[in-house]
Design a protein around this ligand. Sequence first.
Ligand code: ACM
Ligand code: ZN
Length: 740
Amino acid sequence: MKKILLSLGVAWSLSTSLVAQQVIPFPTKILSQEKKIDLSKIKSIYIDDKRLLRDAEIFNEYLMRIDGKQALPIDKTKQNALILTYDSKATEETYRIESLYDNSVKISGKVSGVFYGLMTVFQALNSVESSLPKLEDQPAFKWRGMHLDVCRHFFDVSFVKRYIDFLAMHKLNTFHWHLTDDQGWRIEIKQFPLLTSIGSKRKETMVEKNFNPYKGDGIPVQGFYTQEEIKDVVAYAAERNVTVVPEIEMPGHALAALAAYPEYSCNKTPVSVMTTWGVSDDVFCPNDETVAFLKKILDEVLLLFPSKYIHIGGDEVPKTRWKTCAVCQEAIRKNNLKDEHELQSFFIKKIDAYLASKGRNSIGWDEILEGGLAPNAAIMSWRGEEGGIAASKQKHYVVMSPGSHCYFDHYQGNRQTEPLAIGGFTPVQKVYAYSPIPEGLSEAQQKYILGAQANLWTEYIPTTKHAEYMAMPRMCALAEVLWSGKNRPGYEHFVPRLENHFLLLEKLHINYSKAIYDVAISHQATGGYVFATLQTPFKEGTMYYTTDGKDPSVNATPYTKRIFITKSGKLKAQYFDHGEPKGNIVSRVFELHKAVSLPIISTITPTRGTLNLITDGQVSQLPKVIDEYTCWKDQFPTLTVDLHRPTAVTSLKICALKELENNNYLPTAITLEVSSDGKNFSILKNFTEKEINDSYKQHQAIQFAIDTKSRYFRCTFENQNKLLNPEEKAWLLLSELILQ
Ligand code: ACM
Ligand code: ZN
């Protein structure tokens, strides 16, 4: 803790105790640590400028959402009052809080700053201490965003407003509203009514991940926002200092639009709104008629959204149709374009110029860099940081949103206990550790990084409760990254504040994830043994664990030092505070065997993962965590393990994963050879495809009895798999190779 405090600099060094319990994002400048500003004596609000009236009213709306709290009267009393002062010299979004005589508290700033001051007071009022230090606060980044995909699943206006409330409460200022996609068109466009009468409806939705064979739920989905509703949302957001940036996807992710108006596709044949996830090959044909159509749509969009930036998508555009479309090929030839990427760029530039002619800027996903960036376009970097780096070097503005840290549709906790998600692993700690400024940019280039945002794609998020769960509390961590910036006080300081903040989230009936309480288990295999380490960011409670299969309780073993795994079985762990379990039970399966911690040699370097995972003693459980597997694509390897001395072995178990929908296949044959010198091998057994599959059916692993005493064991895996989709390649995923 001391180290953390030292790194904060003087302004914060003594402030920890005073404000540790409250306020996310953490204020950037504590002006006085000695004197607490007591908020409990506040009885009313006084405003010195009527521009601040809505701030005060909205503050009251937040208060009234909490059971037992009442709005504060807005009147002329200056004693025991929150005094809101308009400071015309203040920078936008900054504010200052200080105590005044007569038990009053002054918040000064412009409208946006006073709003944020009130959000700080709101959080502090609902915390354990109900007090604040004197402070001055301002954001590190201009673009502090959250995105919401309303196409894969539709969320009504009341939820959209609630989501905006979450943003505002955490001083996030940009709401990226993803309004159109392959699976639904959600914005009323008066000139093209079929966009909503056809494009906002789909027949049904794929059940979980049943791509192949496809399984639908049979439940029709529909929903869109009328223009009146959109105006209402935009105004609602504006009063909370949130800018709404609409996204109208083009030229890809357009199937819902093409279901309504197939004449703007290359084939011009009827299509239906997509019921599976993924990307449609049918995209807009980027011809003059399509551009005219999209301009008319944008005309209506611009009337609804005053934002400087208009998001035009641009991601994941298959070029399949363009390659065989006479019109597209003629456009490439006539305009001296190199290929379909340049055709996309040619198209985006027209849209970019149109928006520029209306005084707006386009922003698009990082694919719009390909084939050349449009003059006014900003980039949203999602496929890592590279797009953002490239764009800032070209002097284009950038919003960072890399999948690694900013995709809140990823898992945030243990897959065994979390609801089904698209994949990935982005826990709160990882979000908190994010730095929107990529390494290696010059100071001038850094200026082009406007900020960052997190994206909530909703393929696997069907309900509002679930959306809240995925957003919270990761949104809190993101808010601190973006507001408090690089001098934020650190994860150890954040965690206790977050725990206090959970009480406020509960008062607001927000469905947040408690995955942060889940114990993190890591392990090391060394010298033939396995050791497991348990970690939690929480200091107060205790982690308990079992190795006998029973669920942990306060009667189980408390964790004090790393655990020596002495027998095969399941390690289960859980965090308890005041005798109460807090997170979920987390488990790992370990199998001790004769190859544990011994190196493996492979003829082919794994495509993903490392070879030591195959003898680390851990057997992966389902649902799969890809990082626990060693993976080969297409070319399956020969693996050799050296047991160092002739060793009696009676069984071979290969923990592989068969998951055809993800192209993960078993080997079609295995040859097992043994050797005493590592040079001359003799075949011990050949296993056929049928034997492999029968064993897998029975054991969920490839398991055979053998009988040998040898030093070297060599397995050769064949891949003659015929894939469901012949354009894909088969993967081999191994979690452990067990010799007993
Ligand atoms: C994206 O996630 N396709 C931008
Ligand atoms: Zn075409």
